[in-house]
Design a protein around this ligand. Sequence first.
Ligand SMILES: C[S@@+](CC[C@H](N)C(=O)[O-])C[C@H]1O[C@@H](n2cnc3c(N)ncnc32)[C@H](O)[C@@H]1O
Length: 199
Amino acid sequence: MSRRNSYKTGDRFNQKAKDEGYRARSVYKLSEIQKRFRPFKQGQRVIDLGCAPGSWSRYAQQQVGRNGVVVGIDIQEVQSLAGCTLLQRDVYTVTSEELLDLLGGPADIVLSDMAPNTTGDRFGDHVRQIAIARRALEVATQTLAPGGAFVCKVFEGEDAPGFVDDVRKLFTTTKRVRPEAVRRESVELFVLGMGYRPA
Ligand SMILES: C[S@@+](CC[C@H](N)C(=O)[O-])C[C@H]1O[C@@H](n2cnc3c(N)ncnc32)[C@H](O)[C@@H]1O
């Protein structure tokens, strides 16, 4: 299937998301990470950066259960979701104090599926994407409890290995993951850090 057709007509993940009541097919990227590496546990506190339309937040809420807390932020307006606190905020202006306050304590997991609007300029998009991933890592270092986990989208390109190295310095285990639900023509991959070790 060509890139154009795949985005236009959807694929089995679009259909599955519809059938299972998720707002986006991207939920299957996070669910694959959970199936393979098990970062989520019941009762955890989770921050979801770039949460709109809400499929990761919903999935995270299901994994952490009633005793857990999910706080999502997005620069766009996001429809409310049972069991989650979702706010319209820019990741560059939200403060760690606000996030910690909403969570009621340090985070166990910081998720970032944030992406800037792509322009078609692959290098420029990559540079902007790594910049936003670095901001997500900064939020993680300000909010994660020792032992916590970080899941972050990046676009493959020349600055990606440096970013992965920086994650590696802060976590006991670091993985680069390309879930099956990532579209074949996409340059995205996910960096998973587990076992946060504050510097
Ligand atoms: C791929 S979507 C996230 C999809 C989401 N994980 C889900 O499953 O529903 C990326 C999101 O990042 C958000 N985003 C981009 N720049 C942002 C910023 N500066 N602050 C907060 N969110 C941002 C976009 O508005 C967009 O909703």
